[in-house]
Design a protein around this ligand. Structure first.
Ligand code: PLP
Length: 237
């Protein structure tokens, strides 16, 4: 029998449960964000009907279209997790509950201006470049405090935590070091008076390591929905 996305969701939930048990953490400390980019709204609806609530998208237009198609799913929570350009901020401000990829004040400022006044504060994670690779998005660790202080001045936004995409490697010790950097930066900000409660780290291949390191939100795409027919970073058709 072909595996359905619902059984794939259950498999991922079981992996999260096992990882939490190994790390002596409670399952309710880790949110599963189902990354649905490139997959149809019907797949999202199926998972929603089975109780999944948080969904992640990488493309602003795709998020807005799916939001409209699923507007009857009133407590479905949309997270924007892709690179965000200035000309796409309005779509995100009007449709998302969370944005995980803020690494420049200018983008945060636009989101704040464009957030409709009848919507709740937009939840924000600041993306940090924990691997130091030139090609990576994310604020440098030594510029994080400045960015956090600036973003915290915007009443339409609420800084909830930090997000990272570590180096693409199977090397567990390198990944663990990079996850630990994010953990330490969150503690430093909280010691400066911030109240961050979220560490957005871990994807299909490394969710166990991320949970062992202290992740509170794992972003899982291919382990639930299957392989994507175009890679992240490309434009949605
Ligand atoms: C696509 C994507 C994911 C999901 O990746 P998988 O390896 O398919 O689980 C997670 N985070 C971000 C930022 C992504 O772009």
């Amino acid at each position: 029998m072909m595996a359905t996305i619902f059984t794939a969701l259950q498999d991922v939930q079981a992996r999260i449960h096992a990882a939490c048990t190994t790390a002596s953490r409670n399952d309710n400390e880790v949110t599963l964000l189902a990354v649905s980019k490139t997959f149809p709204s019907q797949d999202i609806r199926t998972l929603y009907q089975h109780g999944q609530r948080a969904f992640g998208e990488n493309y602003a237009q795709e998020l807005a279209s799916k939001q409209q198609e699923l507007s009857d799913c009133t407590d479905l929570e949309w997270h924007f997790i892709g690179p965000l350009q200035s000309n796409k901020t309005r779509l995100v401000a009007e449709n998302a509950a969370w944005v995980h990829t803020i690494d420049r004040f200018k983008i945060a400022e636009r989101l704040a201006k464009q957030r409709p006044s009848d919507m709740p504060q937009l939840n924000i994670c600041l993306q940090v470049n924990v691997s130091g690779e030139d090609s990576k998005s994310g604020v440098a660790p030594n510029e994080l405090l400045d960015l956090a202080q600036q973003v915290s001045q915007l009443p339409e936004l609420k800084i909830r935590g930090l997000m990272c995409i570590p180096e693409a490697t199977d090397n567990a010790s390198r990944l663990t070091t990079q996850f630990a950097t994010l953990v330490k930066l969150k503690e430093q900000l909280n010691s400066q008076g911030f109240a961050l409660d979220t560490l957005s780290m871990g994807m299909s291949a490394d969710l166990e390591l991320a949970i062992a390191s202290g992740s509170t939100l794992v972003r899982i795409g291919s382990a639930i929905f299957g392989a994507r027919t175009y890679p992240p970073g490309n434009t949605a058709p």
